[in-house]
Design a protein around this ligand. Sequence first.
Ligand code: SF4
Ligand code: SF4
Length: 437
Amino acid sequence: MKKRPFFGGIHPKYNKEMSLGVTDFHMITPKQVVIPLLQHIGAPCQSLVAVGDKVLKGQKIGDGEGLCVPVHASVSGTVVAIEPRPHTSGRMVNAIVIDNDCQDTEIEFSPITAPLETLEQDQILHAIREAGIVGMGGAAFPGNVKALSAMGNVDTLIANACECEPYITADDSLLRTTPEQVLEGMTILRHVLKPNRVVLAVEDNKAAAIEKIRNIIGDYPGIELAVLPTRYPQGAEKQLIQALTGREVQPGKLPVSVGCAVFNVSTYAAIFRAVRWGKPLTERIVTISGEAIAQPQNFIVRIGTPFHDLIEVAGGLNEKTERVISGGPMMGFAQSDLSVPVIKATNSILCLLRDRNGAAENPVCLRCGKCVGVCPMRLQPLYMYRFVNAGRLDEMNRLNLMDCIECGSCAFTCPGKLPLVETFRKGKQMIREANAK
Ligand code: SF4
Ligand code: SF4
């Protein structure tokens, strides 16, 4: 039997072909954008503008101290409000609302044009920070901080193009259209981190993207392409590291503990644009897909574009739509308010006729143990479920609940249809609150 690249995992139906039909990206021009002042893990930005101010596209409009990266205007226009607005996290988050003048008048960008080998590491990290770059695969950790913590500590630099969640094809589309931006971004981070091995990892269900990369990778000596067998959740950092290097990141530890740094391919492309074009992160590729949307496709979307604008341009929702999700069907968050804006970490808007992973009305654990066999973190979901519901913090900690990556493999395979991931999110919140006290 073929050895699995990592423990556990599943093979859901991927449905990726739905959104790959359209090859020309549409750039949406919303009448108004809503730029949340918190789009990253860390401290929120403070507004640098006031209601009534005119702003230019690319202008820094929010920034802060500590673990914080700035946010920028994605259109030119007028600030009409600074107030709490619905956010994809489900919370209300302070946001800068800009009426678009549809002129796209930009700031003057400051690209770094000197040869890479002459650039200081600090100069590159500063450019990454000032461009507001965060992990664009969903984690949204500030890119400059992650790179700084990896400096001198990693021998392997990884570009993650696995995109293992069903339906999502944003990274696939990026690699089909502008793979050179990803490879250039990898070259820049290689200069900063000086690893021994640099590898671009992609799953074998992305044949067109793989061909594009193979056509140009020879121009980037020292960067290796690894084509991995498709298996969910291979795109999770720890699973990808194990698949590529055989190293296991221990519970509670970060990739850097085993000498690895992992960035998403969209993040590398954004790093390239920040350093070589001087452009801040004001737009990204977003997949809109699912059986409930008329024309599934990928868009280049300005950060701050409301979900309902994208849904409208994609032909609208089926009247029997049951769920709209930010992200994928396994790890995404259901949205009840479609005025929420696309943020830096939004890779997909998924519109479903029925919730595939939805819990049963009267869920019952059958004690079949299937969830244990598929958990890539080697956790025991059935006991975690029981102890979260019983409020037993001691047992939640003993079972390493905080190591759950919320991949949904257990819920996908559970014949009892227990609301496992929702319960684990609740349990993790209970632990965080207890620790805060
Ligand atoms: S898969 Fe579901 S029903 Fe089976 S043991 Fe796990 S939680 Fe219980
Ligand atoms: S959601 Fe958590 S418990 Fe369930 S399979 Fe994924 S890591 Fe394991």
